[in-house]
Design a protein around this ligand. Structure first.
Ligand SMILES: *[C@@H]1O[C@H](CO)[C@@H](O)[C@H](O)[C@H]1NC(C)=O
Ligand SMILES: *[C@@H]1O[C@H](CO)[C@@H](O)[C@H](O)[C@H]1NC(C)=O
Ligand SMILES: *[C@@H]1O[C@H](CO)[C@@H](O)[C@H](O)[C@H]1NC(C)=O
Ligand SMILES: *[C@@H]1O[C@H](CO)[C@@H](O)[C@H](O)[C@H]1NC(C)=O
Ligand SMILES: *[C@@H]1O[C@H](CO)[C@@H](O)[C@H](O)[C@H]1NC(C)=O
Length: 413
């Protein structure tokens, strides 16, 4: 009897230590797969963020195996808790949650009255079409609204895997159309609406701007702001994909996974997609003029690039990725007649980001078609850096400079 309790404690201590050891081991293993190249901003902070993300993923897996909850929901929940810190009222803004055509939105309106119509900004958040929310981008949207004295509409579009393409895209389009029609009610000049988003949200921005081309009864957007956008899922061997394949927080495989998960419930073609075997050679040849690494300036190849021999496995487009070729899904593949009519653009790219060359290629397509582009390249940036512009100890000065440049573009557009 006297020994039972200490023995139990000892037993539990051993179990706990083992668990911690395994946990640390898995984190260590994951970290050893990653690569933070010299030149990345604040590598120590990026490591910390990466470790946090890995830990959340591992815990999610554990809870899933215990039958407690779905890892996607777990990750969403934890990120919400980490990023939000419930901001409450704002002395300078009216903030209101409402619905535009059944799509949840949060509208940020400066309290100070304005003489004429203000500019409006639609904002589509990032997160691989799978994560992210109005709440996790609350700080960013407040910043933009205050700094630029614009009315910001942040869109809570539906996410994959529960709702795949085109659900999220349609929500963004419907909310935007509604806002363009009702802008005056918010004190906004309908011809001064800017569409914006980061990462997956940049993809949705480009897609929405292209879809608006045919809606001639609506005012044309004033501009589009694309923050490290994903604009294609044909080529995963562009220089930026090769150079940054293992740079946190967005690995090459992970980027491809998010894209496939956005459009298809069959994830079995991921490997073929990464190898470029999901699209037949003729189709690739057709898009070559827009997609080729030859369109990427040489200065972006010095960190290493091997042109890839085009494989010819695929006879036809793999069924699961058919919608990848729809332009609402792949803005980079739109015809010149659509590109030519796009609003002026601000494009932000990061050097250490697999999606860098997506941004560069879209920039070239717009410029080749006479659309003015303001380009901002974050030389020490990694994917997601703008989200950490004001994140307590884990803030990045170049993220702050980037968001200031975005604000300045919106002010002057
Ligand atoms: C997350 O939770 C919601 C509500 O419980 C559920 O409808 C949804 O299917 C879950 N998501 C996943 C990916 O399982
Ligand atoms: C949203 O957009 C889709 C297609 O663009 C359309 O079919 C649908 O009716 C719209 N929904 C609402 C509520 O307006
Ligand atoms: C716009 O309309 C033209 C012709 O009506 C059509 O070919 C094109 O696909 C449409 N574009 C979009 C983005 O819907
Ligand atoms: C949006 O992302 C999807 C999935 O990666 C891609 O197929 C599509 O081309 C992208 N759309 C644009 C407009 O870039
Ligand atoms: C993090 O920030 C808090 C306050 O925001 C401060 O007290 C703490 O010392 C900081 N920690 C580090 C490691 O800088």
């Amino acid at each position: 009897m006297g020994l039972a309790f200490p023995l139990l404690v000892l037993f539990l201590a051993v179990i706990c230590s083992l668990c911690i050891l395994i946990f640390v081991g898995v984190i260590y293993f994951e970290l050893s797969n990653s690569k933070i190249p010299p030149g990345v901003a604040c590598p120590g902070k990026l490591r910390v963020i990466h470790i946090m993300m890995i830990s959340i993923a591992i815990l999610g897996k554990i809870f899933q195996n215990l039958g407690l909850c779905n890892p996607v929901n777990f990750t969403r929940y934890v990120r919400e808790q980490l990023m939000v810190g419930k901001l409450g009222e704002d002395p300078k803004l009216f903030i209101k949650d409402q619905q535009f055509e059944n799509v949840p939105v949060r509208v940020y309106q400066p309290r100070l009255p304005s003489a004429g119509g203000r500019k409006g900004v639609m904002f589509f958040h990032g997160g691989g079409w799978m994560f992210g929310s109005i709440d996790t981008y609350d700080k960013l949207c407040r910043y933009i609204s205050k700094e630029t004295e614009t009315v910001v509409v942040s869109v809570g579009y539906r996410l994959a895997p529960e709702h795949r393409y085109p659900a999220g895209y349609e929500d963004c389009l419907n909310a935007t159309v509604h806002f363009l029609k009702t802008a005056k009610e918010f004190g906004v000049d309908p011809s001064s609406v800017i569409i914006s988003g980061d990462s997956a949200g940049g993809n949705l921005t480009a897609a929405v701007c292209q879809s608006l081309v045919n809606k001639t009864d609506l005012p044309k957007p004033l501009a589009q702001v694309l923050i490290y956008p994903a604009v294609q899922m044909i080529d995963f061997d562009l220089p930026s994909y090769q150079q940054n394949r293992a740079v946190p927080v967005l690995y090459r495989e992970r980027a491809a996974f998010y894209m496939l998960n956005y459009i298809s419930d069959d994830l079995s073609s991921l490997e073929e997609m990464l190898d470029g075997d999901h699209i037949p050679v003729e189709t690739k040849m057709k898009y070559r003029k827009w997609l080729s690494a030859e369109n990427i300036p040489d200065e972006f190849k010095v960190r290493g690039f091997k042109p890839r021999v085009m494989s010819s496995q695929a006879e036809e487009v793999i069924e699961e990725v058919k919608s990848a070729l729809e332009t609402a899904c792949s803005p980079l593949l739109a015809e010149d007649s659509v590109i030519r009519l796009q609003p002026q653009a601000y494009i932000l790219t990061c050097e250490f980001d697999v999606l860098r060359d997506d941004g560069l290629l879209y920039k070239k397509r717009l410029e080749d078609n006479g659309v003015p582009v303001t380009w901002y390249h974050v030389k020490d940036g990694f994917h997601g850096i703008v989200s950490f512009f004001d994140n307590g100890n884990l803030s990045f000065p170049s993220g702050k400079l980037a968001i200031e440049s975005i604000a300045s573009y919106i002010k002057n557009a």
